[in-house]
Design a protein around this ligand. Structure first.
Ligand SMILES: Nc1nc2c(ncn2[C@@H]2O[C@H](COP(=O)(O)OP(=O)(O)OP(=O)(O)O)[C@@H](O)[C@H]2O)c(=O)[nH]1
Ligand SMILES: [Mg+2]
Ligand SMILES: [Zn+2]
Length: 288
């Protein structure tokens, strides 16, 4: 059997790249019964002539977008069209934290923001800089993208983010040969579609970058509410001081997170979005 990495999945057909740089279009063997075991983009697999026979144990699995064996996720945010959304950023961070993947926060389209508004956004994001790298870029200014390229190296990188935030545009600016399809957001949403339809790992520098379809809605399937506090680095580091172990930071007395919000050490907005997400996950019916 040969080995390779799944770089694309379209209509039930997997494209697998082998060590010699050759691609193979394959079906999965019949028996990956459990959804969790289904081969995903990013998986290392063993295959024979036309079937994927085995998925090699994963290092991790990002659920939204669904990609395995990720070293680093870049959360691409628009700051104008679409406007910057802390709610959406926090939602993406829940997914990367759950998967145990390093996240880099990218603010794109800064060419469209007045100096004043950019300064305010930077101030609001300072809090996040304690926990994550935050990079400001414009796909229209290739020089601004160099810090991104430098972080890629030999890793498996994923571009995630809202539809229209500029994921494909940034990749095109980094490598014009890619010619990925991009589209003004008004047109894309008018058609009710994401411009990028499938996740695809693109060989880049010595590793990969995955361009992925944006989300207009990002759900939390596979995440249980009791675990949510662990996916907030800032809450987690304070939780040792909460009176109760397993504190959900909601109604419990002696909660260190709620105190930190009150003392303006944690942005109120982030905490309120946490409550919304907790509520949302709690109300999602568990599907078996
Ligand atoms: N002014 C400006 N426009 C940008 C920038 N980045 C992207 N755009 C524009 O934003 C629109 C959406 O960009 P895409 O690259 O298609 O966005 P995407 O994140 O790949 O979207 P999906 O594939 O639907 O998830 C396009 O019209 C781009 O030209 C930027 O830095 N500055
Ligand atoms: Mg795209
Ligand atoms: Zn607490």
């Amino acid at each position: 059997m040969e080995q390779g990495r799944i770089i694309k999945l379209i209509g039930g057909l997997y494209t697998v790249l082998d060590d010699n740089g050759k691609t193979h279009v394959l079906k999965p063997r019949g028996l990956f019964r459990h959804e969790k075991q289904n081969p995903r983009v990013g998986d290392l697999v063993a295959f024979d002539t036309d079937l994927i026979q085995e998925v090699i144990t994963r290092k991790n699995l990002l659920l939204r977008p669904s990609i395995a064996n990720v070293d680093q996720a870049f959360i691409i945010n628009g700051c104008v069209n679409p406007a910057f959304s802390f709610f959406l950023l926090d939602r993406f961070l829940v997914h990367t934290e759950k998967a145990g993947i390093d996240a880099v926060i990218v603010v794109n389209k800064i060419d469209l923001l007045s100096e004043d508004k950019l300064r305010r956004l930077r101030d609001d994001l300072l809090y996040y800089e304690r926990y994550y790298d935050v990079i400001y870029v414009s796909a229209k200014d290739p020089k601004s993208l160099e810090p991104l390229r430098q972080r890629f190296s030999d890793k498996v990188n994923v571009f995630a983010g809202q539809t229209g935030s500029g994921k494909s545009s940034i990749l095109n600016a980094l490598n014009p040969d890619l010619s990925l399809k991009t589209q003004p957001i008004s047109k894309a949403l008018g058609r009710g579609k994401h411009t990028t339809r499938h996740s695809e790992l693109i060989p880049f520098e010595n590793g990969f970058v995955a361009d992925t379809p944006g989300f207009s809605k990002l759900d939390f399937e596979g995440i249980v509410p009791e675990d949510l506090p662990e996916y907030y680095k800032d809450f987690f580091e304070r939780s040792a001081l909460c009176k109760f172990r397993g504190c959900q930071h909601i109604n419990e007395p002696g909660c260190a997170v709620k105190k930190a919000v009150k003392d303006n050490e944690v942005p109120r907005n982030r905490y309120e979005n946490y409550l919304r997400i907790h509520e949302e996950i709690s109300q999602t019916k568990i599907r078996y």
